[in-house]
Design a protein around this ligand. Structure first.
Ligand code: NAD
Length: 268
């Protein structure tokens, strides 16, 4: 049984992850870590997640529960995730990282742990989105250089702090790569005023933030006379929670390295 620590357990994803870990057949909840000083430190993690008592008390310090866990699941903030990677390197733990919004420097720091820590890092843990990545590679090869404009449109709840979403960037990379393009060079992340006509090779992004939208992504390929839209809609955060727990059970048996959900699902 893989023993999982949920980091940021009081957060939106944290509470879902508590439920997913508790319900899993091949994993068990070893620890629930929340912000030190929170009034919720010490409460029962099951009660925090609305599951009823499960006899795992929340803690403000992952070091205090190091002996009770094998893998961390971390959907928090970039800085906290880097701190947690340092903990994993020091204590021989694996980690599943769902956090998004890393700067280039933070990504470099994350990558520097790949020789010491088994990690799954994915901006989206859902099976559907990871299958969509594969479908997009096929569509991009067929259409991208054949006069089809490519745009990525995403929508999320009003509390999301980074834009475009990590998933939108992941989908953008999936269409850019087969065409020899990069989002750094070909991504267009804002259009306003007299910005001129669209370049043939640009990959545009548009962002919606509203209400309680869990996460919606569309990649469209449009030319004169037709357009194809590939859309994924998440209707519950449980899709990310279940994917993350599956990744945790998988990465617990892996050597040090940086893996993604395609590795976990065996669809690379
Ligand atoms: P949230 O703000 O509800 O949760 C973040 C949690 O981190 C909070 O509970 C916060 O208290 C905790 N935290 C921050 N600093 C801390 C500290 N120093 N110590 C302990 N805890 C600390 O946000 P959310 O909606 O749950 O999203 C979290 C992250 O997960 C975001 O980056 C989001 O984009 C990402 N996300 C990824 C996926 C995926 O499938 N990969 C899916 C959904 C969300």
């Amino acid at each position: 049984m893989t023993r999982i620590a949920i980091m940021g357990a009081a957060g939106r994803m944290g509470r879902v992850l508590l439920t997913a870990a508790h319900q899993a057949d091949n994993a068990t909840l070893g620890a629930a870590v929340i912000r030190p000083g929170s009034s919720l430190v010490g409460v029962d993690a099951g009660e925090l997640a609305g599951l009823g008592r499960i006899d795992v008390a929340t803690t403000g310090d992952v070091r205090a529960v190091a002996d009770d866990i094998d893998v961390l699941i971390d959907f928090t903030t970039p800085q906290l995730t880097l701190d947690n990677l340092a903990f994993c390197a020091e204590h021989g733990k694996a980690i599943v990282i769902g956090t998004t919004g890393f700067t280039d420097e933070e990504l470099e720091a994350l990558d520097s742990y790949k020789d010491r820590v088994p990690m799954v890092f994915a901006a989206n843990m859902s099976t559907g989105v990871n299958l969509l990545v594969n479908l997009l590679k096929t569509a991009s090869k067929a259409l991208g250089d054949a006069g089809y404009d490519i745009e990525v449109i995403e929508a999320h709840h009003r509390h999301k702090v980074d834009a475009p979403s990590g998933t939108a960037l992941m989908l953008g990379d999936a269409v850019a790569e087969p065409l020899g393009r990069t989002l750094k060079e070909h991504g267009v992340f804002a259009r306003e005023g007299q910005c001129g006509p669209r370049r043939d090779d640009e990959i545009g992004f548009a962002t919606v933030r509203a209400g309680d939208i869990v996460g919606e992504h569309t990649v469209l390929f449009a030319t004169e006379g037709e357009r194809i839209e590939l859309t994924h809609k998440a209707s519950s955060r449980m899709t990310f929670g279940k994917g993350a727990v599956r990744a945790a059970a998988w990465v617990a048996t892996q050597p040090a390295g940086r893996f993604d959900m395609q590795d976990v699902l065996g669809i690379k």
